[in-house]
Design a protein around this ligand. Structure first.
Ligand code: GDP
Ligand code: MG
Length: 440
């Protein structure tokens, strides 16, 4: 795949904006790559359309090949669609918090129940009770009990002849009486979606009012992932997805399919048969895998670096001319964040002990950087370009918009002024200018 992709991208030449034709050509390969990774057809269509919108007309920055630019857009869009932040299990509710596990038979519900129970009890020191509601498969309840003994997590005593809804109610009561923080309900599956299964899930849901309903799905599900995700989500409004068998040789296309049709976050991934083999979901890792890893990723990284360099160069040139506005300031702040915050950038500059002290005195640390970026993004474009227009009422609006006090906005504006002055001076000093983006 990678060869084919870079092959096609090398064909795209020329500078300036990406044309419709460039993008269409590249997208044909992207579409093929996604289908090979088992992303469902309807999701592939939606995805490539989004990329097209973003890519056509996008300016190709100097020193980046147009093909690399498309790769970067594809990668970014993929990460965005997979969900940018890792979101873990939500336990913000009155205990005992019920977590209901749903999914097809063999998808890994029981294993994941135990994995999650272990994770919650070890990492978050939660007292967890597990209950198997699987009265269909012989020995299913026994399977959970054995796992519970292995990991030292309590399981609800088995009572023969009780149905899933009664077990769910009994589990809730036992959890309440026993002072448990979390009660995990491991439901029965079917080999395929059918009406009796859906009715059972609805009933269990009604009886236990779960705070999380996790859809457990096999990463190797392929084209069927869309149906599974859609059916479970429509009938029991899942709150998140656990993707198992990421350790298999599939490319993880199901992640994109399921996320796209449900809009629900992928919360955890199963990475093996062992009880510890469960991890937080990292969108960019799955994105790399779906795209085919290796050189694609390094291509993207190289492209990003060049894009950053390009921006730094532009900023440096503006600084020299004394045109350093708040947009440039924000750009500098973002760069700082990337290379390890203010402390990182300062330690990279030789002989700037004095400035270091000034910065320390101004109270800049890394959490402040985030707040400053929030303030700048609450401003209008005009305000960013001409900070002089910031009067009292504008300051008030910006402060409210970014959740800070007016004095924080004042501090930021003052810092920008000082920095801008400093930059002007530095701009006249060749050696120093070099430190800020390499413009000579
Ligand atoms: P259930 O029917 O949904 O409860 O599925 P089980 O939890 O019983 O799992 C079925 C099989 O899948 C078992 O053999 C598990 O060991 C295996 N399994 C579950 N999760 C994973 C995983 O993340 N990776 C691998 N390799 N195997 C898994
Ligand atoms: Mg099971």
């Amino acid at each position: 795949l990678s060869d084919r992709l870079s092959g096609i991208f090398d064909k795209i030449t020329g500078r300036g904006a990406l044309s419709e034709k460039d993008v269409s050509e590249a997208l044909r390969e992207v579409r093929r790559a996604l289908l090979e990774a088992d992303v469902a057809l309807e999701v592939v269509r939606a995805f490539t359309e989004k990329v097209r919108e973003r890519a056509v007309g996008a300016e190709v920055v100097r020193s980046v090949k147009p093909g690399q630019m498309v790769v970067k857009i594809v990668h970014d869009q993929l990460v965005e669609m997979l969900g940018e932040e890792a979101s873990e299990i939500n336990l913000h509710a009155a205990p005992p918090v019920a977590i209901m596990m749903v999914g097809l038979q063999g998808s890994g519900k029981t294993t994941s129940t135990a994995k999650i129970a272990k994770r919650l009890s070890e990492r978050e020191k939660k007292k967890v009770l597990m209950a198997s509601l699987d009265t269909r498969r012989p020995a299913a309840q026994e399977q959970l009990k054995v796992l519970g003994e292995q990991i030292g997590v309590a399981t609800l005593p088995i009572i023969e002849g009780q149905g899933p809804v009664d077990i769910a109610k009994r589990a809730q009561n036992a959890a309440r009486l026993g002072g448990y923080d979390v009660v995990m309900l491991d439901t029965a599956g079917r080999t395929h979606i059918d009406e009796p299964l859906m009715i059972e899930m609805e009933e269990v849901k009604r009886a236990s009012n779960p705070h999380e309903i996790l859809l457990v799905a096999d990463a190797l599900t392929g084209q069927d992932a869309v149906n599974v995700a859609r059916s479970f989500n429509e009938r029991c409004a899942v709150t998140g997805i656990v993707l198992t068998r990421i350790d298999g040789d599939g490319r993880g296309g199901a992640a994109l399919s399921m996320r796209a049709v449900t809009g629900k976050p992928i919360k955890l991934i199963g990475t093996g048969e062992k009880i510890d083999a469960i991890e937080a979901f990292h969108p960019s890792r799955i994105a790399d895998r779906i795209l085919g890893m290796g050189d694609i990723v390094s291509l993207v990284e190289r492209a990003s670096e060049q894009i950053d360099q390009e921006k730094a160069l532009k900023t440096a040139q503006k600084m020299k001319k004394g045109e350093f506005d708040l947009e440039d300031f924000a750009e500098q702040l973002r760069q700082m964040e990337k290379i390890g915050g203010m402390s990182g950038i300062m330690s990279m500059m030789p002989g700037i002990g004095k400035m270091k002290k000034q910065v320390a005195a101004a109270g800049i640390d890394d959490s402040v950087v985030k707040r400053q970026l929030a303030i700048i993004s609450s401003m209008t474009r005009q305000e960013r370009q001409k900070p002089a227009v910031m009067n009292a009422s504008r300051k008030k609006r910006v402060a409210a918009g970014s959740g800070v006090e007016v004095q924080d906005v004042n501090k930021l504006l003052k810092m920008h002024r000082q920095m801008s002055d400093m930059m002007k001076k530095l701009g006249r000093n060749k050696k120093m200018a070099g430190l800020f983006g390499g413009a000579q």
